[in-house]
Design a protein around this ligand. Sequence first.
Ligand SMILES: Cc1cc2nc3c(=O)[nH]c(=O)nc-3n(C[C@H](O)[C@H](O)[C@H](O)COP(=O)(O)O)c2cc1C
Ligand SMILES: [Mn+2]
Length: 481
Amino acid sequence: MAYRDLREFLRALESKGELKRIPFEVDPVLEIAEFADRAVKQGGPALLFEKPKGSTVPVLINAFASMRRMELALEVSSVEEVAARIVEFLEMRMPEGIIGKLKMLPKLAEMGAFFPKTVGKGPCQEVIRTDGFSLLDMPVLQCWPQDAGRFITLPLVFSRNPDTGKRNCGMYRMQVFDERTAGMHWQTHKQGAEHYRRSAHHGRARMDVAVAIGADPATMYSAILPLPPDLDEMMIAGFLRQSPVEMIKCQTCELEVPASAEFVLEGYVELGELRTEGPFGDHTGFYSLADEYPVFHVTCMTQRRDPIYATTIVGPPPMEDYYMGKAIERIFLPLMRLQLPEVRDICMPAEGVFHNLILVSIRKSYPGHARKVMHSIWGTGQAMFSKVIVVVDEDVDVQNVREVAWKALNNIDPQRDIEFVIGPVDSLDHASRLPNYGSKMGIDATRKWPGEGFARPWPDVIEMSADVKSRVDELWKRVAW
Ligand SMILES: Cc1cc2nc3c(=O)[nH]c(=O)nc-3n(C[C@H](O)[C@H](O)[C@H](O)COP(=O)(O)O)c2cc1C
Ligand SMILES: [Mn+2]
């Protein structure tokens, strides 16, 4: 049964021993972040701060910060189950004959259950304020010492594509500037930024934006998924939770938000109005530099009567977002394999902070195959940001970073096997020659073939023969260690 809202998820975490309540006062300025960092590094539970200094609203952090909690969030025993469900749908074809078609009906009905549903009433509007509210009514964290201020770190930012009318929901952090305005940190490649550009193109003065904070976990999680433009995150959230997301109309703008949200900020960005945002201690483990971003003006704040404030911190890995990203890696592998069936597995190690390193194993079938895979990854959605791609043969376990380092470093002739390309890079890359533009590197660490001009024999990896191993298994028992 899908969680109705954040608090149902919280109860599930608590019943599984995955939540710790902190009953004493802790400061949302830096102190909560230090608790969260230590907890995640020690494999600790989610934390609920019942008395954040200066606020009556409890703070939830690290709710997704382990594979176990990701599984609880998505109500699966392994995130691979989500991948398997996706494969099942992708393989679904209209069967022959009337009986076959009848058998399909339950599946199609299940699909209908994904589409979001509009409701007239919802807990997120138990309290509605168009005046007399402040963003600082929420216990918004300052995460790191050099941060420019307090940042809302888990917001679900809703906007509409003015060309197609399609909704988007992305997670873009928001720096609180004052009681009614915040920075809108949608990076240039993200859908919110594209809607902003399209709105400007249409000569509009303003673009409506609504932000939900805290909802059922599948809905929250859908905001970070690297989906194609115009694919509704709320539909995918419905697929993940196997129940429609209930959406409610905003009070002051033409957008809808999840009815179960804890807080909703309704408002707009003024086209052309920019303000300095950052620095912010980012998920690269470095501060992202201050830059110009649009300003979000809040016209109305709605909330539950007894809201919980959901947040996270990012910083030196691994942090909570590593686990959210690891689940993306697992869930999106079957989708990647639709386009690239030769891909056996992929791994984005924590130290690579997603965009810096992707390890890919392939079943190599023709000369230059590894390079084709690299270019395909650079040409696919947010995988375009991959700064370093290492392609290995299918007998290398990419989940084992030490094995990849050992085999890949043996297998390369650097001048021959490393390829540089120029193109878009992640906005958070602080080393690129220009913001958002720089070079990327592909390493072909597969065995080289004669068809690739490699005439020498290729050696085998050293391995003991099976019969000797089993004989020594017996003898081994006679050695007293
Ligand atoms: C905790 C967290 C914070 C994030 N903050 C930002 C951000 O400030 N700006 C941004 O562009 N992307 C941020 N992201 C990544 C986006 O949410 C992600 O790229 C998403 O797929 C964008 O959705 P879109 O394709 O609909 O724009 C963040 C992700 C997480 C998990
Ligand atoms: Mn999107």
